[in-house]
Design a protein around this ligand. Sequence first.
Ligand SMILES: N[C@@H](CCC(=O)N[C@@H](CS)C(=O)NCC(=O)O)C(=O)O
Length: 211
Amino acid sequence: MLTLYFSRGSCALASMIALEESGLDHQARPLDFSRTEQQSPEYLAINPKGRVPALVTDQGVITETPAILAYVAQLAPEARLAPLDDPFEFAHMQAINSYLCSTVHVNHAHSRRGYRWADDTAAHEAMRAKVTQNMTDCFRLIEANMFRGPWVMGENFSVADPYLFTVSGWLKGDGVDIDQFVHISDHRARMLERPAVQRALATEKMTLSAA
Ligand SMILES: N[C@@H](CCC(=O)N[C@@H](CS)C(=O)NCC(=O)O)C(=O)O
């Protein structure tokens, strides 16, 4: 049994959708960020980073969204959630997931988590002021150079789709009008039709606090 630690509105949604798509036996355990449960001794024993997602497996704990997504895809090959038999295509998918993780997510985090990079509140405000432009630039690049359509990787759905769906869900809060990205908007609409996405969103909704 796999156990995914998540919080509402967080990047853990991507892993939750991937698990739902995979058909693997799993359970989702919410953390309440408003009560800083991610810093509780119990959770830090699971993930010393104090972040979600964390996936508890029989072999140990996996953190970092791209690693969890690749693991889920490999553990459930019959669900066809990644181009497992094509090293170049797999690397291409990983490049997209890494970009979402290390660039897009980090740009987004400057809206509310500026304290990670500076103590000065004026600096937090200066970082926040860059978020709309930085997120717009990232999604321009994704729409024009990464997204193949109808799914991220082209004809085949992959774990890059729940990740893009999760991160594009932050655009409105970051002051970016998603309608300017025709393919990304269309992708969101098609993702919302998938039963696995609906189940993951329902699980999120049942939890109390937002990330
Ligand atoms: N690189 C990590 C980022 C994890 C991360 O920062 N998660 C956020 C939620 S989206 C979190 O747990 N924040 C809690 C905190 O900063 O206290 C990943 O992609 O899994």
